[in-house]
Design a protein around this ligand. Sequence first.
Ligand SMILES: Cc1cc2nc3c(=O)[nH]c(=O)nc-3n(C[C@H](O)[C@H](O)[C@H](O)COP(=O)(O)O)c2cc1C
Length: 315
Amino acid sequence: MANMAVTVAGLELANPVMSASGTYGHGLEMRHFAAPASLGAWVSKTVTRKPRPGNPLPRIAETEAGFLNSIGLENRGIDSYLRDVLPDMAREHAVVITNIGGESVDDFAELAARLDGERACHALEVNLSCPNVQGGKLPFSTSPAMAESVIARVRAATKKPVFAKLSPNVSDIGEIARAVEAGGADGITAVNTLLGMRVDWKTRRPALNTIQGGYSGIGIKPIALRCAWSCARAVSIPVIGCGGIACAEDAFEFLVVGCRAVQFGTASFTDPGKIGRLAAEMSQLLDQHGIASVTDLIGTLRAPNVLAKTPGAPS
Ligand SMILES: Cc1cc2nc3c(=O)[nH]c(=O)nc-3n(C[C@H](O)[C@H](O)[C@H](O)COP(=O)(O)O)c2cc1C
């Protein structure tokens, strides 16, 4: 059997498969579908300082290839997470990455400090797609300076590995990747959802209460792959690929363009058990192709002509 172990920012993972934040609860809710130990790491739903009720319904809408959501970071807040979730996760011996979100740089720093002493939390993933309430409500992820300052404050507040989760809704994701690397990130997750919308033309109403929302699932894979590739070229810290991954071959595409691990999100809504089978399916596929280790695929894209071009240039 092919070797599936990978090391990502010092985390030794049994395999490169992680859950994508917000698509699998905090992890334990879904253990009857996939044992926590079957994944390289479990990424929590975004945890905020205070509980959040999320946005009013409807906040999920299907599209032809994936879906739109405007959940609005519903969660019970850090106190509940520390009390009710992490102790149970510790008993599962799983690698846990806690995804944090805030409305200000101080929020992020406080969350990082509170998680720093928690042994059951192995790393932090910083959701930079949260709106900056002090900065005109633009997401932190859209400005290199804001993204860097959030990561620098989180970095100063914790000794744990810090992953910056980037948004694809920017013109140059490589610039944001370099900014979070400069801020002290140990790795990057690329990417969060794309902004999108759907309307019912007969009623003239939007499908989501918030009108626009985050588009995810198989339809975004080419965009997510391009973003992950751009990040991997821009920085020397590891990149975790995310967006539209539904099978072993999808995951391999992200590894080939330079990612060290992948996250599995919206595809769980059609097959909740798939995430627990994915690493074994990847291993079988490697065996079929005579590849001894999953790490042999990482960064093996053969594209000399493309590398010579300006990023973003039309072909
Ligand atoms: C219902 C839903 C909730 C999500 N909640 C979060 C969240 O709380 N924090 C976060 O960083 N990303 C969140 N995401 C984004 C996913 O983690 C992932 O980045 C995105 O969906 C792209 O991957 P996918 O196409 O495999 O789903 C959410 C996505 C969905 C579909």
